[in-house]
Write a protein of this length. Sequence first.
Length: 352
Amino acid sequence: MRRLDRQRGSARSQWLAFVAVGAVSAGAALWLNRPPSAHDASALHAVNAASSAQPALALSKDPAAGTSMAGALPASLDGSSPPHLPTDGHGHLARTRAVRDFFDYFLTTQNEISATMLDALVHRQIAAQLDGTPAADEAVSVWQRYNAYRAALDQLPQTSPTQSQSGAKLDLDALQLSLDQRDALGVRLMGEWNAPFFGADSQQQHTDLARLRIASDSSLSDAQKAARLAALDAALPPETRAAHERARQQQAALDAIGQAQKQGGSLDTMRAQITQTLGPEAAQRVVQMQQADDAWQARYADYASQRTQIDKQDLPPQQRDAQIAQLRQQFFTNPSDAMRAASLDRGSGLAN
């Protein structure tokens, strides 16, 4: 149960940071196009990118459509809504990064549910947004391509950008080879979707590698290195520089919220601490979300107390489960809240 609480606490801190700053493009900071884990900041980017989709793109349905199936989401996504899949205004899927963001949102649960369940979940969510349009079949096809890409990516040798194979210094040539292999894999398996999915990340990774080469070049003076690094930054597209700034803000939000939660104290103390870093509006959003979560936790504690009384009655399993289900429904009328409570029950080792 303590491990589950830590996992949910980490996820909660990330969502608080998302709420505070409107989230960021953290995907460029993830090297080698690795699919997201449950704790990746790319999950935050996924929600943000979808919610701020380009004005020229038509969303497939009303914004509320993504929330209609919220109760079917895994527990770790509780309190969030699936990103929207953008269309081009003619019923076809728009070739933008937002499509990958949609898939990455669900991939954050890959360690929580089976691959079969994940695939079914993505298919349901595609249908919920795009059913009856050509974009639905297109989205399924891209999802299949993305799965093939991820499977092939796992077969490639993994090279870390912060560790050398020799243990003495960075093997920049090995990093270059790894990037080139991944670029080739994306072109081969993703086709026309390679650039929307990985183009910005690949550009950033190659830029990072160029920075490493400059920094490690002993033939350059400090002044020469600084000049070449500045030239690299100046050559970046404006949107990339803006993404870097958003990433910096995101990290500042995560640091501020994590520090405030670590120190404990009242909500007023948290508000004061976050205000210093993120400003009063962001602090107010974080406090409101924390208040809502605190209220939910208090309700769960009351429910758990009454559930314990049912457990003590030594009822037949079927009767016991029926009473607990009825109790849960009384406390949590929202299906998403009920699923969250059931997930916490399972995490604490209690059977349903």
